[in-house]
Design a protein. Structure first.
Length: 352
């Protein structure tokens, strides 16, 4: 009996609370029109459409961005002779972000540059068939772009730029051409009239695929790094570097010179090179050539008349001349096939 008594009390209290909750709200709305209760898309992510109203052009630009901010395309842009496609004025605009939104900025015969300006972040679209460069900015972040069949460079920037996940192909000059303090990563550059990638000074090229560019594969300047790239069928040099560079863990096939070291203080480490005239050419002193694998070339490593280089732990297979080295270089013993099984020198170079 007592347990049933308490159960009835608990149920009664629960029903009272439920009724109280059901009756607690105001059933009659306030007078007047019902207003929005959420933020608009513009409030969440304020962006401006590129069009004749928001970004009117002038005598040399179809559209011109003159204020900093976030801009986007709502459709394709078709070029005009004698004009740039979209121009973001540098000093006045400050930093501009331009989302191509998957659309194409396409040039015509006699057109100028596709996208140009000062500090501009550009991403997510195609820039093709412009009479001059596809994208030409001072600095910024350039990402997820397809720049193709432009008369000049696919992408060119002055300094301090990040170029990421871009495809540049069949352009009339270099695929990607940037100045120092820059990084190029996970890009594909192929079939360009100039070099596949040109990094003019300190910076990094990593994880890129560079194929069949007439002017050579990757050209990197002072204190640069070129790592983990795949290069195929680039005439002249697969990779060319100058002073204080690091070239490591790349795969290079069918270049006249696999790696050309045109300066001093450079480390060439653990690269795989096959085909072509010479695997590694060293033109200056004070470099370290270490742990590279070279196959099927006329000359494996050429450091003559260059002197003062450290050349150790490399292997050359199937070359007419394995090592052409001047006397003034520091060279690990060169071990042929007859003694390779018994040689235990930690810095030996192999030839077979």
């Amino acid at each position: 009996m007592r347990s049933g008594f308490w159960l009835n009390i608990v149920v009664s209290l629960w029903l009272a609370g439920a009724v109280s909750v059901a009756l607690g709200g105001v059933l009659n709305p306030p007078p007047g029109p019902v207003g929005p209760t959420h933020k608009s898309l513009t409030e969440i992510e304020p962006r401006i459409a590129v069009n004749a109203t928001n970004t009117p052009g002038d005598a040399t630009n179809i559209y011109k961005i003159t204020q900093p901010g976030s801009y986007y395309l709502a459709g394709n842009v078709l070029g005009e002779a004698g004009k740039n496609g979209i121009f973001a004025s540098g000093g006045l605009a400050g930093e501009v972000t331009l989302d191509l939104n998957g659309y194409t900025v396409r040039g015509v015969s006699g057109s100028l540059r596709g996208i140009a300006g000062g500090t501009v972040n550009v991403h997510n679209g195609t820039v093709d068939q412009w009479g001059q460069d596809g994208v030409n900015v001072q600095r910024g972040i350039l990402k997820d772009l397809h720049c193709t069949f432009n008369g000049g460079h696919g992408i060119i920037a002055t300094w301090g730029v990040l170029v990421s996940h871009c495809v540049v192909e069949f352009n009339g000059a270099d695929g990607i051409h940037v100045a120092d303090v820059s990084r190029i990563e996970a890009c594909v550059s192929k079939g360009n009239t100039g070099q596949g990638i040109h990094l003019d000074g300190a910076g990094t090229v990593t994880g890129c695929v560079v194929y069949n560019n007439d002017g050579g594969g990757i050209d990197a300047g002072l204190a640069s790094q070129v790592t983990d790239c795949t290069l195929f069928s680039n005439p002249v040099a697969g990779i060319r570097v100058t002073n204080g560079a690091r070239v490591a863990d790349n795969q290079i096939t069918a270049a006249t010179f696999g790696i050309l070291v045109a300066g001093s203080g450079t480390r060439v480490l653990n690269n795989s090179i096959s085909g072509g005239a010479t695997g590694i050419v060293v033109e200056d002193d004070g470099n370290r050539i270490d742990g590279n694998s070279i196959n099927g070339v006329t000359t494996g490593i050429l450091a003559n008349p260059a002197t003062g280089n450290l050349i150790i732990r490399n292997s050359v297979t199937g070359a007419t001349t394995g090592y052409d080295l001047a006397a003034g270089n520091a060279v690990g013993p060169i071990v042929g096939v007859a003694t390779i099984a018994i040689d235990e020198h930690p810095h030996a170079n192999y030839e077979h």
